[in-house]
Write a protein that binds this ligand. Sequence first.
Ligand SMILES: Cc1cc2nc3c(=O)[nH]c(=O)nc-3n(C[C@H](O)[C@H](O)[C@H](O)COP(=O)(O)O)c2cc1C
Length: 202
Amino acid sequence: MKKFIGLVGTNSDQSTNRQLLQYMSQHFAGEAEIEVTEIKQLPMFNKPLGQALPEVVAELAEKIEASDGVIIAAPEYDHAITASLMNALSWLSFGIFPFVDKPVMLVGASYGTLGTSRAQAHLRQILDAPELQARIMPSSEFLLAHSLQAFDENNNLTNPDVAKTLNGLFADFLTFVDISQQLNHAHEAHKKEAENFSWENI
Ligand SMILES: Cc1cc2nc3c(=O)[nH]c(=O)nc-3n(C[C@H](O)[C@H](O)[C@H](O)COP(=O)(O)O)c2cc1C
């Protein structure tokens, strides 16, 4: 069975994006293991001398490295991703490269109607950076609008059409991960490129 990391894209204790990942973890338990994983334990990124990584960052990177893929649930703040998610991605591209060629599915929940469409576009751009180079599932986004009203008391999605869309996208993601595992001929070269990349030389 495939093992995924469900990355909660916020440090907020109350989060409908966390709720969405918890729903996915339960709902898709027969198809894959989704470990809902926090970023709120990470310190503020500060470019430490000698590239020394905090233990919590190394632990998170190892989990991502060992996984078959990552599902990121990203709230939208001011048309962008949250500062805490940006912080996590800075750590996860600082001398370590766990996202290189890693299959990634993007989902997001927002209080209003737009369902994080701008944040997801923003996140795609960030995950394409030379030290991240994630393999983001193309032509797909799962946008959960009005997220405060989206779940019932058992944490199930109340709208069957929305649940059906997510079922379809998750099935696509499972296929995308299988295909990605075959597209590995340049993986070592990509890792080396990321390791050797320097912002001073461009
Ligand atoms: C500082 C701030 C900025 C926000 N900006 C947006 C925004 O640009 N677009 C949007 O749809 N919702 C915006 N919201 C509302 C969020 O959708 C909502 O507060 C929440 O973060 C949803 O995710 P969560 O339940 O996981 O925290 C903003 C909220 C905050 C606190």
